[in-house]
Design a binder for this molecule. Structure first.
Ligand code: CTP
Length: 398
């Protein structure tokens, strides 16, 4: 059955120049046999006429301030809500939970998946306020498509162009499980820091937040993979549709990964695994009796290297958090561990890396290294998922 046949899509249009593409989006949705209702923000009407949307088969719902429950009716009716174009303003209002017009009230009142196709000037897109709003929304399960890079209506060149209607349609197809490039693929992702106990109260850990691994798990699941996320302690919720296995120590993480080894097609090691653990875990809390304290640490298993040593082995992706000459160190690490792809990131640059929302990475495979510009981890995760899809051997069952 065509994936969009009979699906009920509410298209929210906000006030960006890219709104001129929405009649084409409606036409494509209708051709794919979706049922479309449109909600226009007040400023969207300056860019696209309700008549044009109706002419291509959408029902345009008016934002009446009456006694009715239009927002609830729409919120219940929708199988998915798509906001395209999504301006910086609507993203900020969604992040804040605003409910001051039909579009935002409906979004607040729905349990349907919410997809947004941002469109704005590149500096607005990169502004920390917009970055923070996007990270917040992605963390709540909002799906992003785009924005694309290129020439902008304002004369700038960069990220911020609304994705083409075909891409937005593709996201909905993936959402409903039809076109996922990773359908049939079992992916295992490790994330977060491990915690190596010393005594009942104390232990060794590191500053990894888990955000990169969680974002990758979500991005792979969006493409239809069956994702198991094996995570050290973090403050993050499980991404929608991902099977989360919480662990604490490196040895527990290794055991959980090892249990998946027979069925794993793809392994992504995003966890910051402690290289060492205390040789003995004390049963009682350590007292400060002596002036100095020596703790003997022993090596933890290298989970990524073990998985890379399996035959047959899954496609393996590792991370290399480095300082100094990041690329050279990461290239050597990729070869040493025998993995397919390594994602190198500097941890000695302000604003990117470990705990923050942004990252700057260099993607290195056997033949190439590509340096990407700094971007939110959620966006890097989506771009990485696309790179993995390009390289993954076609092991998926049809
Ligand atoms: N990794 C792992 N198991 C470990 C250590 C690391 O799976 N015990 C994975 C990480 O998830 C990451 C990659 O290996 O994908 C990082 O490699 P690693 O050599 O551990 O990095 P560093 O700890 O930074 O290495 P070194 O200290 O040798 O530079």
């Amino acid at each position: 059955m065509p994936p969009l046949r009979g699906r009920r899509v509410v298209l929210g249009i906000t006030g960006g120049v890219a709104a001129y593409k929405t009649p084409e989006l409606v036409r494509r949705l209708r051709t794919a046999e979706a049922v479309v209702r449109v909600v226009l923000s007040r400023s969207a009407r300056q860019f696209v006429a309700a008549g044009a949307l109706a002419a291509v088969g959408a029902e345009v719902v008016e934002d009446h301030r009456g006694p009715g429950m239009v927002h609830i009716d729409l919120a219940r009716w929708a199988d998915a809500i798509v906001i395209a174009p999504a301006t910086a303003h609507v993203l900020s209002r969604l992040a804040a939970g605003a409910a001051d017009d039909l579009l935002t009230t409906m979004c607040l009142a729905t349990e349907a998946p919410l997809c947004v196709a941002p469109a704005m000037n590149r500096i607005m897109w990169m502004n920390p306020a917009t970055r923070a709003n996007c990270a917040l929304l992605a963390g709540r399960g909002v799906r992003f498509v785009g924005p694309d890079e290129g020439a902008q209506a304002c004369g700038d060149n960069g990220p911020g162009r609304m994705s083409e209607p075909g891409e937005i349609l593709g996201m909905l197809e993936r959402l409903w499980g039809a076109a996922g490039a990773l359908r049939g693929i079992n992916a295992v992702v490790t994330a977060g820091a491990t915690y190596e106990a010393l005594d009942p109260a104390r232990g060794f850990t590191n500053r990894s937040s888990g955000k990169m691994g969680y974002a990758l798990a979500a991005a792979l699941a969006d493409h239809g993979a069956a994702v198991t996320l094996i995570s050290g302690p973090t403050a993050l919720p499980a991404p929608p549709g991902v099977h989360l296995i919480p662990v604490t120590s490196a040895c527990q993480m290794r055991d959980a990964v090892w249990a998946c080894r027979g069925t794993m097609d793809l392994f992504v090691a995003a966890a910051a695994v402690a290289d060492y653990r205390p040789q003995t875990v004390l049963a009682d809390k350590l007292k400060k009796d002596a002036h100095t304290l020596t703790v003997t640490l022993v090596r933890n298993p290298d989970i990524l290297a073990e998985v890379a040593g399996l035959t047959p082995r899954p496609f393996t992706v590792g991370f290399a958090a480095e300082t100094g000459d990041v690329e050279t160190k990461a290239r050597a690490k990729r070869a040493r561990k025998g993995i397919d792809l390594i994602v190198a990131n500097p941890i000695d640059e302000a604003g990117v890396g470990f705990a923050g929302d942004d990252n700057r990475v260099i993607l290195i495979d056997k033949d190439h290294a590509a340096a990407w510009t700094a971007a939110p981890k959620t966006e890097i995760a989506r771009a990485l998922a696309r790179e993995i899809i390009k390289r993954l051997p076609r092991t998926a069952s049809p």
